[in-house]
Design a protein around this ligand. Sequence first.
Ligand code: SIN
Ligand code: FE2
Length: 206
Amino acid sequence: MSGAVEIAPGLSCYPGYLDRAGQEALRDEIGAVLAAAPPFVPRMPRTGRPFSVRMSNCGELGWVSDEQGYRYQPTHPETGAPWPPMPSRLQAVWAALAPDAPPPEACLINLYGATARMALHQDRDEEDFSAPIVSLSLGDAALFRVGGATRGGPTRSFRLESGDAVTLGGPARLAFHGVDRIYPGSSTLLAEGGRINLTMRRVTKG
Ligand code: SIN
Ligand code: FE2
């Protein structure tokens, strides 16, 4: 690991946080999670328009979106099964990067194909914003965009590579963020290509 880069107050990037062996181990653990909790296509509230990313979750709670809105729930929206437990490797990353926060309850798994994107949004479906969001990226690189806490303000973008970690906490906890594009073929980690992003969250008050 080459150390943290504070990009803005509360927004830190840890390039190469996971080495290749750590990325491979996490990839395999997430593969097992996805076998038990198959990826689903989330839909926009009201319109039902499908997202371009597919999603799953692990941990006690999972984030879902459909015509009824955004929410956390303890079960998979299609299978009805509880989410698989969060791998201890992920819990260890949280403990290292969010040492003052209570344990994470949800890990959202976003699966990006070559043309998937994520529009600018805030992560604000949690009951409490005192814990940071902790993000890990695997596979193809992405152009990540981040702004301030109000929509329409200035933004900046930077490239996230496989193994990078990002934390959004403190004054950046409610920063708008999204993914402009994926760089297909930029990583050999995932045989099928694409990108996996994992975001751990504390959902309830600690
Ligand atoms: C997200 O905000 O849910 C995902 C961010 C990312 O893919 O890096
Ligand atoms: Fe997000």
